[in-house]
Design a protein. Sequence first.
Lengths: 148, 410
Amino acid sequence: MSDLLQDPMVLRSIIMDHYEYPRNHELSDDPTYMQRHMASESCIDDIIVQAKVSEKGIEDIRFDGVACTISTASTSIMSELLKGKSKEEAQRIIDQYFAMIDGSKYDEALLEEAVAFHTVGKQANRIKCATIGWNAMKEILAESEETK
Amino acid sequence: MIDIKQVRNDFPMLHGKQMQGCDLIYFDNAATTFKPNAVRDAIDYYYTDMTCNAHRGDYDLSYRVDSAYEGARTKIARFLHAQSKEIVFTSGASESLNLVAWGYRRKFVREGDIVLTSESEHASCVLPWMHVCQENGAILSFMKLDAHGRIDVEALKQMMSEKVKVIALAMITNVLGHEAPIKEICALAHAYGAIVVVDGAQSVPHMPINVTELDCDFLAFSGHKMCGPTGIGVLYGKYALLDAMEPLTFGGGSNARYDMCGNILLKNPPFKFESGTPNIEGVLGLGAAVDYLDAIGMEQIHAYELELHRYIIEALLKMDNIIVYNADAQSAIITFNVKGVFAQDGATYFNAHGIAVRSGLHCAKLLLDFLDTSATIRASLYFYNTKEEADRFLDVCAKANMQSCLDVYF
């Protein structure tokens, strides 16, 4: 891991930046967007994730809802990272992200700012917050494969 | 005066427990409480020396269990200033509240009748009635709260009519910890022929309760929030009301006679509500918990908790980074947020310092519309918490901000 990304100050400011200024934080009325409502039973997070997925790949990702810092920032970073990627590329990045969360080996170059969550497991009860938006996207991608 | 050091010796969970490398401070007592050795011993004794069913056998061992089981009922009745036959054992406050709603609905709540509750109630107090009203065509109305989030008796008076059959509300609410004037509300309700169902989950563990003086019709509470085991609770009901109510479950133990033509003769209350083998270990454990609390004294417990509460609130009010939502609540519940920090992130920060507090909606979803915040942090005390714990908690509060709440991940 590069030195910059080992610096807690840098990682913290990445999370704060995405929490205070979440990207793609507005839902679309376009009915061609696929959608997942993620409401955790065990915590407060309640978000909607939308994605426009075509043969070309992931054209757009949006999200909104009531959520903590960790889920807002992780979903915001996910939306930036996966937007414009092919479905295969997106799936690879998602797999790497979950490998990182699980404490397995992962390719940090693929994850870019998402590495800010590499130590989220220190607060075990918050792993679900760091994965809620990513799980939504995983489900949307799986559904897009089924309905192809 | 409570000898806190002595008291703490009785609780294994208060010794040598750590969270995130810090000594554990447990401030989530509104969710559940720790158990003294006496409770564990009572349960242990039942399984080690007295195992057999209650109300079943014709032999000495069974007689002993029966006596212990009914003895616990008598203790709880005395604790509440009620009669033994008015004490029904349930799985907890939620089941108790459901038992009243479902057991009472057919005979007493009809189409067009009104059930009154408030915006600050726990889901277990509101949802059974919401369901019953939907089924019966009755109307569930919410009484207004005052600017502090307390029950407003004047507003309640405006809502009263002959149509109001039930008032369901908590004696102490679980989010803001305000005490409702139950005695006054009961007198008002009775003048209109309505009954009052009191959710005592947050009051019975913390203060002296006298149901005869309050004149409430029903009172529900859980054992595990008052040093007892999980899975056991109580419904107190005035005997005539219990007698008129239907049970939710039928089976062994609750019927006196039945025949194949469909005639069932139920036992008298409380036994008609207790079908099946009861939670014997739970009842014996709760009996031991009541003995334990009684020995300390509920007056003393209440006074000590208010003192500790006041100590913490006064310090929190001086901190610019903390918002307190219930500074004037006379209970052991402190509801607050760290300014600019989402409640769940705040609670994780406390976890990182070994302090157990709860974030969330605390099931009182309705109240959050009123409070104008999507979530809060709740610290809730019990008589075994100390001023030293309060000082460490306050120290952690003083350092709380967006940065420190995120630092706990790295």
